[in-house]
Structures are given as C-alpha cells and as structure tokens.
Ligand binder design. Structure first.
Ligand code: FES
Length: 153
C-alpha cells in the first residue's frame, strides 16, 4: 500500500510522517513510535485495552485508522504523568489496588480519566456503565470504581 502523509501530535510531541492507510492508530503508536503502553487485547473494539484520548475524547485506538487522526492531539498512558509525578488517577489506582495483572490498566486509566472529565461519576452504577467497555479479566472492577470516586471528589 502507498503511504500517505500524517501530521499528528502524540503526548505533546508533533510528528510529520507518512503511513499506510490501513494502519490503525494502535499499531502506529506501538510499532512506529514504540509507545507500547497502549495495549492490544482484542483488536476489535471489544475489550478497551487500547483506549486513549484523541483531542480529549476517549476512543478505542484499534478501531481508528492512524490517518483518521490527521491534525489531532493524542494522549496515551505515557503522556498522563507530569514528569516524575503520577496523574492523580494513576496514584488512585495504586492506592485502591485497581489492577492485578495490569494488562488492561492503561486502557482502564484512560477511560477513568475521561469518566471524571465528562462528569459521569454521579453513582457507582453510572461509573460502572461508563467503564463497561473496559474489560478486566482479574475482576478488579470494584477497586477501579473506588479509584474513580476518589479522583472525582
Ligand atoms: Fe481495541 Fe480491544 S484492542 S478494544
């Protein structure tokens, strides 16, 4: 496939590059930029492991072609902390044991940040509904909700 131009900002760093139009944003980040914090679980929009923010909006990066993100600002789990200081949601996940194996955690945290930013924190049920696209095989769900409640206060 012929490559086409892509201008994209990832974690405040601008890239002018070219990619094959069939490459997903997830594969572009992981294989071209070596930002492997964003995980590939199902590659079909079912698990949420690949969740990140595009222009501040939560998306499944396995369902988005890289070229669809022309001109956008992407934030991945690698871009959340401020230097050595964890993002409050990262700290809350640690405090509340919001993970076991950790594979789903980057996606969980990116969704959790969006959950708070969008104000879907009125109740445990509302949080659970918002987070329902992020699957955790270890079943850390109650602790994840605890972390989100703490950050939303
Ligand atoms: Fe994208 Fe599962 S890898 S939703």
């Amino acid at each position: 496939f012929e490559k086409i131009p892509l201008n994209i900002t990832v974690n405040n760093k601008a890239y002018s590059t070219s990619v094959e139009p069939r490459v997903t944003l997830l594969d572009y980040l992981r294989e071209e930029l070596h930002l492997t914090g964003t995980k590939k679980g199902c590659d079909h929009g079912q698990c949420g492991a690949c969740t990140l923010h595009a222009d501040g909006e939560r998306i499944n990066s396995c369902l988005s072609l890289a070229v669809m993100n022309e001109g956008k600002k992407i934030t991945t789990i690698e871009g959340l902390a401020s230097g050595a200081e964890l993002h409050p949601m990262q700290a809350a996940f640690i405090k509340h044991d919001g993970f076991q194996c950790g594979y789903c955690t980057p996606g969980q945290i990116m969704s959790a940040v969006a959950c708070v930013n969008e104000g879907h924190t009125g109740s445990r049920a509302e949080i659970a509904e918002y987070m329902s696209g992020n699957i955790c095989r270890c079943g850390a769900y109650p602790n994840i909700v605890d972390a989100i409640i703490e950050v939303s206060k």
